[in-house]
Design a protein around this ligand. Structure first.
Ligand code: NAD
Length: 485
């Protein structure tokens, strides 16, 4: 199949590729070059209603399709993603600005893994039974909910889009999904893949548009019974305000301000290598990136000098060049935001140890949105720089004297998504892991993901968990059936 990026992206509704009803489009800009490379539908409630109608019509058939058949279709989608790795990776990089090698190695392979994982998962999914000795037996049915709404962000476009869609479909729901309007291309290409794979019409509908114009129409529609959202805490709060009084099921994966806690007894080389990655992978635009680096006082100076020196050596460049470690940030709006956060850090008294500026790249990327990876020290835990999510290539350093202070600093945040702990002392690692208020803790590693594990955050980082059985439970409604013996 030919998966080249079109001039005009289209919606995928009732099994067919359609222009938005209102005929309006948004410019889709390649952030590495500044060029408009496609037009994205600026869909509104009319397209959303059509998509929900199609999903409702398909639900009786899809929810009763044997799991083995669902497994086969979802596996075909996974295979077609693998077969089209190069075209999908290029589309992701042109949309997002991330290095092409990263799209090839991480984003697209993970999208096919998501489909394969949940296709297999539903074949093994089982429910509970509760025996009341000689009186009765209860068993639980888990039934698909109906039409689910899946809304995703721009940082890992196809990766996070499929992370929601795959379990929803595997569990027998029909879906109306909206990718980020900032990075819509691979979601559009996924529509073509679903058609090729033989996914029945209306089972998955992909509507493109903005949050206020299209996303909010999905959230508010009474036929959408469950919403799986990944994005900012601000939008999550707006969605919860609409969905909660309608008693919709909600899974919210939101922002983070993750601590990296580094003790003097860590494996220095591994810690240094991994902390560079956890700070600046995808230009720091991964919800799991560590943005507050907490270092034990006795190694603080050594860490600071070596880390800053290594950061200065990271190659910023054309995302299509295999040597680029850092690509472009995703959009002009985000570029301005990240630079204003660096200005704020300076106003708050922060000292820039590395980076701090935008970068102009020669040639094809002369109008691209590039920012130096930036390291800042000298700020206390309560300033805005250390409290607010930046979601770009910016980290701060703070030192701590002992375990208690490390914990206190780590937990001084309204967010609680993830944390890393670096120490060779197993007892200390486990003690701290139990006390850090975050949903995901990595000890002496980062971003090592097992798709069966619960994924999600504490506090303002969200509610609910994705992954494994948690996702299949979210997308099904339990029903207890009691039989008196
Ligand atoms: P965003 O909240 O602006 O947008 C996310 C998606 O929601 C987009 O598709 C957008 O169009 C839509 N949207 C926005 N407002 C909406 C509304 N009121 N109703 C319905 N839909 C709406 O987020 P973003 O800028 O695209 O992504 C960056 C954010 O995502 C960061 O805060 C980051 O931490 C977070 N994120 C979290 C995770 C996680 O797993 N916790 C993963 C990736 C990104």
């Amino acid at each position: 199949m030919n998966l080249s990026a079109p001039d005009h992206i289209a919606n995928y509704i009732a099994g067919s590729i359609q222009a938005p009803i209102n005929g309006r489009y948004i410019e889709n800009i390649n952030p590495a070059t500044g060029e408009v490379y496609s037009a994205t539908p600026d869909s509104d409630i009319k397209d959303v209603e059509e998509a929900i109608g199609a999903a409702r019509s398909a639900f009786p058939m899809w929810s009763t399709t044997p799991v083995e058949e669902r497994f086969k279709i979802l596996n075909r989608i996974a295979q077609l993603i693998d077969d089209n790795l190069d075209s999908l990776a290029l589309a992701e990089t042109n949309d997002n600005g991330k290095p092409l090698w990263l799209s090839k190695r991480v984003d697209i392979p993970r999208a096919s893994s998501n489909f394969r994982f949940f296709a297999t998962g539903i074949m093994h999914f089982s429910t509970e039974s509760h025996n009341m000795e000689d009186k009765a037996i209860n068993y639980t049915l888990r039934q698909p909910i109906g039409v689910a709404g899946c809304i995703s962000p721009w940082n890992l476009p196809l990766y996070l889009f499929t992370w929601k869609i795959a379990p929803a479909l595997a569990a027998g729901n029909c879906v109306v999904a909206k990718p980020s309007e900032v990075t819509p291309m691979t979601a559009y290409l996924l529509s073509l893949i679903c058609i090729e794979a033989g996914l029945p019409d209306g089972v998955l509908n992909i509507v493109h548009g903005t949050g206020p114009g299209c996303g909010s129409a999905i959230v508010a529609h009474p036929e959408i019974k469950a919403i799986s959202f990944t994005g900012s805490t601000r939008a999550g709060r707006e969605i919860a305000a609409v969905a909660a009084p309608m008693f919709k099921k909600l899974s919210l994966e939101l922002g983070g301000k993750n601590p990296n806690i580094i003790f003097a007894d860590c494996d220095w080389d591994k810690m240094m290598r991994t902390t560079l990655q956890s700070s600046f992978s995808n230009q720091g635009q991964i919800c799991l990136c560590g943005s507050r680096i907490l270092v034990e006082e006795s190694i603080y100076e050594k860490f600071k000098h070596e880390f800053a020196a290594r950061v200065k050596k990271l190659t910023i460049g054309d995302p299509l060049d295999d040597n680029s470690r850092q690509g472009a940030v995703v959009s002009r709006m985000h570029f301005d935001k990240v630079l204003s956060c660096i200005d704020l850090a300076k106003e708050e008294g922060g000292i820039i140890l590395a980076g701090g500026n935008s970068v102009i790249i020669d040639g094809r990327c002369a109008n691209g949105l590039f920012i130096e990876p930036t390291v800042i020290e000298g700020l206390g835990p309560h300033c805005r720089t250390n409290m607010e999510e930046i979601f770009g290539p910016v980290v701060t350093l703070q030192s701590f004297k002992n375990e208690d202070e490390a914990l206190q600093l780590a937990n001084t945040s309204d967010y609680g998504l993830s944390a890393t702990i670096w120490t060779q002392d197993v007892s200390r690692a486990n003690r701290i892991a139990a006390q850090v208020k975050s949903g995901i803790i990595w000890i002496n590693c980062w971003l090592l993901r097992d798709l069966r594990t619960p994924f999600g955050g504490f506090k303002n980082s969200g509610i609910g968990r994705e992954g494994g059985w948690d996702a299949l439970r979210f997308f099904t409604e339990p029903k207890n059936i009691c039989i008196e013996l």
